[in-house]
Design a protein around this ligand. Structure first.
Ligand code: FUB
Length: 297
């Protein structure tokens, strides 16, 4: 089977993390977090610092176009415009519109560590996106991920120590069921960054989990996007570079599956300045995922 070889890290002129890859209009679009370095008065020093989002697209996974800034903390009506905490986003297409989901601390809680999840919409996958006036009611947490099943039912997954999920209404901006914690995932250690995809009737819930020191990528499977899920295995071991976080998405593009993730290859001494990567991913006959070993390029 032939497939394009990704050149890692994918983006080299800026830091990027938490890549959600989507296939829209025959190209791969990546919606990552945009790490920058905090300076006095701008973000928390030596911590994650993000003030906006860029989106990147590629037709071959080698040549990437930066479509520029698609959303900024300054223009989200409900968000704290000084928080520098625009964490891991997602984007999905429905009814002619692109819906961009992002976490941010709300303005009313400027001194709290809480996050809400907002939505911004666009007529194109590359934006610019217009934020809605309020975050999604009933959701507190980070790392939104949206999945639409074959019947058209949409689901929102997010993290707040554990992984939560709820159905979304057709309008994609309101919950349509009570939120629930996803059961049967490892009991101990932070779980965040959910990303759900479907292949051959199996729903794969993937997530980073801290078992020891840094996050490794794991997955659980089910025959239903609402579960129950069963822990199934590890997709990628803990980072060899010592990057505390990892964050994944998995998509099929031109008959090849890919894992998108990040490490701190461009900033070996500071792991909050990360770089997104991709490697081919393969399944066994029984649907389990073969562990991905990061390429060193
Ligand atoms: O990028 C900030 C946070 O780090 C993300 O929301 C988490 O998934 C982790 O990658």
């Amino acid at each position: 089977m032939s497939y394009a070889a990704a050149q890692n890290p994918l983006i080299r002129n800026q830091y990027s993390a938490d890549p959600t890859a989507r296939v829209f209009e025959g190209k791969v679009y990546i919606y990552p977090s945009h790490d920058i370095l905090a300076t006095p008065g701008h973000g928390r020093l030596a911590w994650f610092c993000m003030e906006d989002y860029h989106v990147f697209s590629s037709a071959n996974l080698v040549d990437w176009t930066d479509h520029g800034k698609i959303l900024s903390q300054k223009t989200v009506p409900w968000a704290d415009s000084t928080a520098y905490s625009m964490w891991a986003p997602d984007c999905i297409f429905r009814n002619g519109k692109y819906y961009f989901y992002f976490p941010a601390p709300p303005a009313a809680k400027a001194n709290s560590r809480g996050f809400k999840i907002g939505v911004a919409t666009s007529n194109t996958p590359y934006g610019p996106f217009t934020p809605l006036p309020d975050p999604i009611a009933g959701v507190n947490g980070i790392d939104p991920n949206v999945f639409i099943d074959k019947s058209g039912q949409a689901y929102l997954y997010w993290a707040q120590g554990n992984i939560y999920m709820a159905k979304l209404k057709e309008n994609m901006i309101e919950l349509d069921s009570p939120s629930q914690i996803i059961a049967n995932l490892p009991e101990k250690g932070l779980k965040e960054g959910p990303f759900l995809f479907e292949r051959k009737g199996i729903y794969y819930l993937t997530y980073p989990h801290v078992e020891n020191k840094t996050e490794r990528l794991e997955y659980a499977t089910s025959d239903n996007p609402m579960g129950p899920f069963k822990f199934t295995g590890v997709i990628m071991d803990e980072s060899a570079s010592g990057c505390w976080t990892n964050h994944q998405s998995i998509v099929s593009f031109k008959d090849q599956w890919y894992l998108f993730y990040h490490d701190n290859q461009l900033s070996p001494n500071f792991d909050k300045a990360r770089a997104i990567r991709a490697d081919s991913l393969f399944f066994n006959e029984d649907g389990t995922i073969r562990k991905v070993v990061p390429t060193l390029r």
